[in-house]
Design a binder for this molecule. Structure first.
Ligand code: IVH
Length: 670
């Protein structure tokens, strides 16, 4: 037992040390597997000898029994809030007040810190051991959340080193990283659970859990930024020195914190951090300036609940509320439709926003957004503003649903949205103005019409100069038009013209691929050409016929039929052919297999062939083998104890054959 006691203590100390290296310094010195092994050993020991368990044991981070409710805790040293400044003038006024109170005109030394967007907590260390943790609450009374805070890896359960006061209260912000937040929401989305609006709400929600096991599963972290009560011990006399000392004891301090002299330098810090903001791994909503000297802090004191020695200089809000007045659909260069919110103009993140993206129809559905709703708009850094969520409580009576248009707002072609895809698309690729540049680039590309020399830049120039509006116009381009383009010589113009001319001699697969039908890549184009032989056959094929072709599933079939159903697309094909595009005829005998166009259904046990063998043999000869009997079935092959398929075949009048007859067909004697 004494041995076990010593061993447990050793393990605890080592695990604390590795925790610190891993979470605070970001410099682990042992592999995770070794850490896990030590942790398991300690867990086993503590299970065997429960009396060895201590409050600060690293095993205590996993979360314990759920609590019925939170206990309240009185903050002996109140947890204050900060006054805000939104403009430089307000910051200068803050500095002036301080200089006046301290009767000095000298530069004041300030500590500049990011204002973390999380939740304030206070941690109490008694003899270096974390004994209690609480939320800020109203500043004097908070909720006791010790069990939850223990689960946060960056909170030391035990202070490192020596020299800490007998009682030390540390204050800081618990937050969730942007990445952790995204991952948490992604997982929630997959499980169709509620998602959090932002990392701060997610951190708050995670910390105020009665079941600390839930908290343990959430990606929370802490940055410490101050102290509260101190007993029996001394702390440095400057704020920054205090933070450095806390860091030495293993508490995590934000690396962006800087000491500066004078308020101008504070404003420079604000600019600098503002620029960095989007790239920081955590959310901040401003910076905080604090008088560095503790004696000066004491001299300055407080007004109501905020200190005179500190101020929060906020960034312009990145989230605001406004009304969704309507939705328009924009067509991207690949035909993707993006719903764009038309908003009641609102000032957010430093600019007036009247449009924001709604991403796609699935997002609209998931967020349950309707026209007329009050919505939250977010603008982060330079990215396009987005509609984050809706305030359901404020939904007006006359609100109405957002509908996907059936026709492209640019070219009038049909819109297609497969059920399992989030994005809706315009099917008029060849014609649609929004997509024409991409369509032409694809058309001219190497695996398509292979027009050498007609690169992306030239295509863009030709469209911008209004020399071409769609692919067919390529074939009416003149030498003069091309030669007049910027940085185009006579020779290159002629080369391109020759290449365009040359491209008229092509193959059906290339031509089909060049049309840019969604989901029709090179291979599919080949398969289609082989099976349908002519473009007219393909245009005439319906979804069912297309699906008879091996490798063509319902989605591809749908894309193909919708594409050819668009009058503009068919017109474009006629024009291209009229301009002289041609390809060798695909002969029936070359590729046709003896059983293509026949569909078989197998049922029951055949005397010699397994069902798999029969299927393989049939498919090798071009037949299609399906599972269910329909009017399209050519033969049902029935063996012993056939199922309902036989009955269905008889009802539909489909010919039923046995294995002998099947062999004859396979041998070509039918
Ligand atoms: S100091 C007496 N420093 O802002 C000063 N607060 O508006 C008390 N906060 O409740 C707080 N980052 O949740 C301080 N670097 C920072 C901070 C910070 C975020 C939060 C904290 C506090 C609130 C006050």
């Amino acid at each position: 037992m004494t041995n076990s006691k010593q061993r447990a203590e050793k393990l605890r100390n080592e695990l604390h040390e590795h925790n610190y290296r891993y979470y605070v310094l970001n410099q682990p010195t042992i592999p995770d597997s070794e850490y896990d092994r030590m942790m398991r050993e300690l867990q086993d020991l503590e299970e065997k000898y429960p009396e060895l368990k201590t409050e600060d044991s690293p095993t205590q981070r996993v979360g314990g029994e759920p609590e019925k409710s939170f206990k309240t805790i009185q903050h002996e040293v109140p947890m204050l809030s900060l006054n805000n400044a939104f403009t430089d003038d307000e910051v200068y006024a803050f500095n002036k007040r301080i200089q006046e109170r301290l009767s000095t005109e000298d530069n004041i030394e300030y500590v500049c810190e990011p204002k973390l967007d999380g939740l304030a907590v206070t941690l109490i260390y008694e003899s270096g051991i974390l004994t209690s943790a609480a939320t800020r609450g109203d500043g004097t009374t908070g909720e006791e959340i010790t069990a939850n805070v223990r689960t946060i890896s960056t909170v030391p359960l035990k202070l490192r080193g020596t020299g800490y006061p007998k009682l030390l209260e540390v204050r800081g912000e618990v937050y969730m990283t942007k990445k952790g937040f995204e991952e948490l929401n992604e997982a929630a989305r997959k499980k169709e659970e509620k998602v959090f609006v932002n990392p701060r709400n997610a951190a708050a929600g995670s910390l105020r859990q009665l079941d600390s096991k839930i908290t343990a599963s959430r990606p929370l972290a802490i940055f410490c930024y101050g102290i509260g009560k101190v007993e029996k011990g001394d702390m440095p006399q400057h704020h920054f020195k205090i933070l450095e000392q806390l860091s030495k004891w293993g508490l995590r301090i934000c690396p962006e914190i800087k000491v500066v002299s004078g308020i101008e330098k504070c404003l420079e810090y604000y600019e600098r951090v503002g620029k960095k903001r989007a790239n920081l791994p955590y959310e901040i909503d401003g910076v905080v300036y604090k008088v560095n000297s503790m004696t000066e802090q004491q001299e300055l004191g407080f007004i109501s609940k905020a200190p005179r020695w500190a101020i929060a200089h906020k960034f312009p809000a990145v989230e605001e509320l406004t009304t969704l007045n309507g939705v328009e659909f924009q067509v991207g260069r690949t035909g993707a439709l993006t719903p764009v919110a038309r908003l009641e103009p609102v000032f957010v993140g430093g600019v007036t926003v009247s449009n924001a993206t709604l991403h796609n129809m699935d997002e609209i559905k998931r967020k349950d957004i309707r026209i007329g709703d009050t919505v939250i708009i977010r603008r982060a850094g330079d990215v396009i503003p987005e509609v984050v969520s809706v305030i359901l409580e404020r939904r007006p009576k006359g609100s109405h649903a957002i509908k996907l248009p059936s026709k492209c707002p640019i070219c009038g072609s049909e819109i297609i949205k497969p059920d399992d895809e989030a994005v809706a698309r315009c099917t008029g690729g060849l014609f649609c103005e929004a997509q024409v540049k991409e369509a032409i680039k694809h058309f001219a590309s190497r695996k398509a019409m292979d027009i050498e020399g007609l690169g992306d830049k030239i295509v863009e120039l030709l469209v911008d100069e209004k020399l071409i509006a769609h692919v067919a116009d390529l074939y009416t381009l003149t030498h003069e038009q091309l030669a007049n383009l910027e940085r185009m010589g006579d020779k290159s113009a002629q080369n391109i013209l020759d290449a365009i001319n040359e491209s008229k001699k092509t193959t059906l697969p290339r031509f089909l691929y060049a049309l840019g039908i969604r989901e029709v890549g090179e291979t599919t184009a080949k398969i289609l050409a082989e099976n349908f032989k002519t473009i007219d056959n393909l245009i005439a094929a319906d979804e069912e016929q297309l699906q008879q072709v091996p490798d063509i599933g319902p989605i591809v079939a749908k894309h193909i039929t919708v594409f050819f159903r668009q009058p503009h697309n068919r017109e474009m094909i006629s024009k291209l052919i009229a301009h002289g595009i041609h390809w060798p005829v695909i002969k029936e005998s070359n590729t046709a297999k003896p059983l293509s166009n026949m569909t078989f259904v197998l049922t029951g046990t055949l005397p010699s062939l397994s069902r798999e063998e029969a299927k393989e043999k049939l498919e090798a000869l071009g037949a299609k083998v399906t599972d269910s009997v329909s009017k399209k079935t050519t033969y049902v092959v029935a063996g012993e104890s056939p199922g309902s398929k036989l009955e269905k075949a008889q009802n539909l009048g489909i010919k039923v054959i046995n294995e002998n007859e099947l062999h004859k067909i396979l041998e070509g004697k039918h």
